[in-house]
Ligand binder design. Structure first.
Ligand code: ATP
Length: 518
């Protein structure tokens, strides 16, 4: 299974490059690690993901408005938010390989191995007992499973406590006790664990020293917090209301692996929802459900998405859950929903000396609102869409023989190109001019491509590979009766439709309306 999964992951990465979705940054200089550029189809898909999120959050909610704050913020922002003092990862070096790791990740990987051992044991027993197998009973009574489960639980609890307490010594002890070896050198020759701040910093030109030190924002949320009253007053919103923002964030990740899953420069789509104190849990539940629905509307199967409660809460949160997706390398965080209390606004109030309070006309009192946030990485969403969409299928070729096709079954509303227009033959002027005429009209409505090169079957395959949901073919009948064939990417069915109906038919299928209604 694992091998199969990593195989799929390799295919996703290769496909992204080959078809112009994603390139490594500065490739001609042998890459800048964990930084990526989006190519012509990648930028279209990414824009569509952002648009789907923006419409679902801002357009569909009377009480959510947008914001586009700057990346640079006053340095005190990051003192107030806790990022200067607490936005750290525990780092450890292996003295033999000189490789650097996140101590918590090493322990998590150790735990994953235990989990796999348990699963293997259960699967083996399942095979042995067949239909009579009672998995729950087996898990509760089998000695080996119980022992491993105990090991797992103990490691999980110790890790959560050590992370919450910032206890670096305990992390080192765990790595030694669990006999965790460096994946590179195989040795257990470790340095001490130390905290490593994840913020990138730079320097203002006109102010020397610490005073002029600026940070690249590690999250978009703080731009929203510091503007909370500006937005509330200028839009006359009443609680509860939200502010949504899409923008770049930067983190000096120690272990940046897994393609666009963990990058040093990435994009976030965040929404902070301001509520009266005491109402945060109600809204936390509301946003949990709402965000899960947003994912499922895309057709992602239920078993590929799950909630995962945080074992250790961040310094600002009183409840936190992740929406995890079953990436080709396993279930991992795609989105976070956090109840951040009044932590951020209170901190900004204290450090700035400016009131960050809302006057509640019903209660006739002022208070610092509580915040529930939803925070999703646009790039992780991109990876989710790609890993879900990329498929290989056996389909009949033009001569009816089996052939393999690579197809991106992206939801039509997110597809980079909505429709391709093709003349059946390239060297017949009457066909190419008609097809060009149709293309030049359709491009006003949505992103289209005109393609006349190679045999029609190959052109279809090219469009399949970039996820184009519809292909329009102009043939000799078109010249007689003004109809074209429209080919469906997923069913491969071809239908004849009048030219003047193309726009309406395609528009209906690729519009975000249905997606938003779902
Ligand atoms: P992780 O535990 O994976 O490091 P996190 O809990 O630090 O993530 P948050 O601070 O909650 O992440 O950020 C919100 C979202 O931003 C995440 O759910 C993820 O989708 C995205 N994100 C965070 N860090 C990165 C990164 N380095 N590269 C790409 N996306 C990221």
């Amino acid at each position: 299974m694992a091998a199969q999964q990593s195989d799929q992951f390799k295919k996703v990465i290769a496909h992204c490059k080959e078809y112009g979705f994603i390139y490594q940054s500065s490739e001609i200089y042998d890459n800048l690690s964990a930084v990526y550029d989006y190519g012509p189809y990648g930028v279209e898909l990414k824009n569509n993901i952002k648009q789907y999120w923006w419409k679902a959050m801002v357009q569909m909610h009377d009480n959510i408005v947008g914001l586009d704050a700057a990346i640079f913020m006053h340095p005190k922002t990051w003192k107030a938010s806790g990022h200067v003092d607490a936005f750290n990862d525990p780092l450890i070096d292996n003295k033999d390989s000189q490789k650097r790791y996140r101590a918590d990740v090493l322990i998590e990987e150790y735990m994953e191995k235990i989990e796999k051992k348990i699963d293997k044991e259960v699967a083996k027993a399942g095979k042995r007992f067949g239909d009579a197998f009672d998995e729950q009973q087996f898990r509760e009574t089998n000695d080996r499973v119980l022992r491993n489960q105990q090991k797992f639980d103990e490691a999980r609890d110790r890790l959560a406590k050590a992370m919450t307490d910032g206890d670096m010594e305990e992390l080192k002890n765990m790595i030694l006790e669990y006999e965790i070896a460096c994946p590179e050198s195989g040795s257990r020759n470790w340095t001490d664990v130390r905290q490593f701040n994840l913020m990138f910093s730079t320097q203002l030109g006109n102010i020397a020293g610490e005073e002029g030190k600026l940070y690249l924002r590690p999250e978009t949320a703080q731009g929203i917090f510091v503007n909370f009253l500006n937005v509330q007053k200028t839009t006359r919103q009443k609680l509860p209301f939200g502010i949504a923002q899409i923008g770049k964030a930067f983190r000096n990740e120690i272990v940046a692996r897994q393609f666009i899953f963990r990058m040093r420069e990435f994009e976030q789509m965040e929404m902070q929802f301001f509520v009266a104190p005491g109402e945060e849990m109600k809204w936390y539940e509301y946003w949990k459900e709402a965000r899960m629905k947003w994912h499922k509307a895309l057709g992602t199967p239920d078993e590929k998405l799950r909630f995962h409660d945080h074992d250790n809460l961040a310094h600002y949160a009183n409840a936190a859950v992740d929406i995890q997706f079953d990436f080709p390398f396993g279930f991992k965080e795609l989105e976070g929903i956090h109840s951040r209390t009044d932590f951020d606004l209170s901190q900004h109030q204290e450090l700035s000396g400016k009131k960050m309070q809302y006057f509640d006309p019903e209660k006739q009192e002022s208070y610092v609102p509580y915040v529930v946030e939803t925070s999703i990485g646009c790039d992780r969403m991109f990876l989710t869409v790609m890993s879900q969409a990329l498929q290989e299928e056996t389909v009949p070729d033009a001569k009816g023989k089996d052939s393999t096709r690579t197809v991106l079954k992206i939801h039509p509303a997110l597809a980079p190109i909505k429709c391709a227009v093709m003349p059946l033959l390239k060297n017949r002027e009457e066909l190419t001019s008609k097809a060009t005429e149709i293309f030049n009209d359709l491009r006003f409505a949505f992103s289209c491509q005109y393609d006349e090169k190679d045999a029609i079957g190959r052109r279809y395959r090219r469009q399949d590979a970039i996820g184009t949901p519809y292909c329009i073919t102009v043939d000799f009948d078109t010249l007689e009766d003004n109809t074209v064939t429209i080919r469906d990417r997923d069913t491969l069915e071809q239908e004849r439709i009048p030219i003047d109906q193309i726009e309406k038919i395609v528009r209906e299928k690729v519009s975000m309306k249905q997606l938003l209604k779902d």
